[in-house]
Design a protein around this ligand. Structure first.
Ligand code: HEC
Ligand code: HEC
Ligand code: HEC
Length: 85
């Protein structure tokens, strides 16, 4: 079962908001965003309201999990939770 992020009260769409302060996290320096996954996505990694990968699919805006880089899962586990190769 996938999970989606509700629209919310943000002043800008998430990727624009995040990259406004983190301009280096685009293109080759970061995982791509904005695509509909071909694979099953775990519940803990929510997609945007369009069902696409976004910055906060992997990052928790408030870092509440306490993982490095405010990731929603441990660095050693996050890639394999969507990619099983
Ligand atoms: C108003 C500016 C601002 C916005 C907007 C912003 N950030 Fe940040 N972010 C910062 C600053 C400042 C730091 C701390 C310095 C650094 O690591 O660059 C930081 C740190 C981080 C870190 C590293 C945390 C760590 O543990 O080292 C991540 C990951 C991150 N931000 C992701 C995001 C994401 C995802 C968004 C969008 C939801 C976002 N940021 C929006 C300013 C911002
Ligand atoms: C598929 C998962 C994934 C997505 C999507 C993603 N990130 Fe990340 N991000 C990571 C991982 C893993 C790291 C830690 C390893 C690294 O630095 O590349 C990271 C690191 C970061 C950092 C910390 C860099 C530092 O120097 O400490 C920032 C800031 C960040 N991402 C912002 C973003 C923004 C902005 C977006 C959306 C444009 C985004 N991320 C999308 C997985 C993701
Ligand atoms: C939330 C699920 C998710 C997570 C977590 C995730 N990915 Fe992906 N990744 C995707 C999707 C979706 C695509 C687009 C291709 C597809 O749908 O199969 C993709 C594509 C890629 C690609 C191909 C990029 C391209 O330009 O074609 C690479 C390489 C990749 N991911 C590596 C990683 C690595 C390394 C991590 C861990 C830091 C990671 N992914 C974490 C969902 C994820």
């Amino acid at each position: 079962m996938t999970n989606t992020i509700p629209g919310g009260l943000l002043v800008k769409p998430v990727p624009e908001l995040c990259t406004g302060c983190h301009p280096q996290r685009v293109g080759a320096n970061e995982h791509p965003i904005g695509m509909k996954p071909s694979m099953e996505i775990p519940q803990e990694l929510p997609l945007d309201s369009q069902g696409q990968v976004t910055c906060i699919t992997c990052h928790s805006p408030h870092g509440k999990e306490g993982h490095p880089d405010m990731l929603r899962k441990l660095p050693a586990e996050i890639c394999q939770s969507c990619h099983n190769t």
